[in-house]
Design a protein around this ligand. Structure first.
Ligand code: HEM
Length: 136
């Protein structure tokens, strides 16, 4: 499959390993998000069964896979969601920070098996996402 990101395989391997070690990453990701940015927790106040949180994270993973792979829609989707999230009190910088929270969660869940190649790949990915979301 065409790839738009040189370290795509490393990212994919890290996500596969995280799913194997941690199962559903939803509780881990949001626990980390709310610990680092408690001010966003109330935005999910109505999401008592975690369905919005789960749906959002699923879309983030889908977007990452498209972004590092065929990149058919990911860049456009990230930009449009960044704008639509601003309307419900998630400024662009906070929106962008979600990808870092995902990367940190993957590292945490993988634990001792997380290695420097994965760290470098995620750092490059986060930089490219930041560039995609940067104002023109
Ligand atoms: C820290 C960053 C973020 C916060 C605080 C946040 C917050 C929220 C909130 C509060 C909702 C529910 C809105 C509502 O229905 O009232 C939501 C929905 C959603 N968010 Fe985010 N978001 C963040 C980042 C992202 C990112 C990076 C993506 C994808 C690239 C994304 C994709 C979505 C999607 C697809 C939904 C709709 C889920 C559904 O209701 O089925 N969000 N977000």
């Amino acid at each position: 499959m065409a790839s738009h990101f040189p370290q795509a395989e490393v990212i994919e391997a890290s996500l596969a390993l995280a799913a194997e070690r941690g199962g559903d990453l939803t509780p881990h990701v949001y626990a980390r998000l709310f610990a680092a940015q408690p001010e966003v927790a109330p935005l999910f106040g109505k999401d008592v069964n975690d369905s919005v949180k789960g749906e959002m994270l699923a879309q983030v993973f889908d977007t990452i896979f498209d972004f590092i792979g065929p990149r058919v829609y990911a860049d456009h989707l990230m930009r449009s969601h960044s704008i639509s999230h601003d309307a419900y009190n998630v400024p662009p910088a906070v929106f962008l920070s979600f990808f870092t929270v995902v990367a940190e969660t993957v590292a945490e869940v993988i634990g001792p098996e997380w290695h420097s190649e994965m760290a470098a790949a995620w750092q490059a990915l986060l930089a490219e996402i930041a560039q995609t979301l940067a104002p023109a």
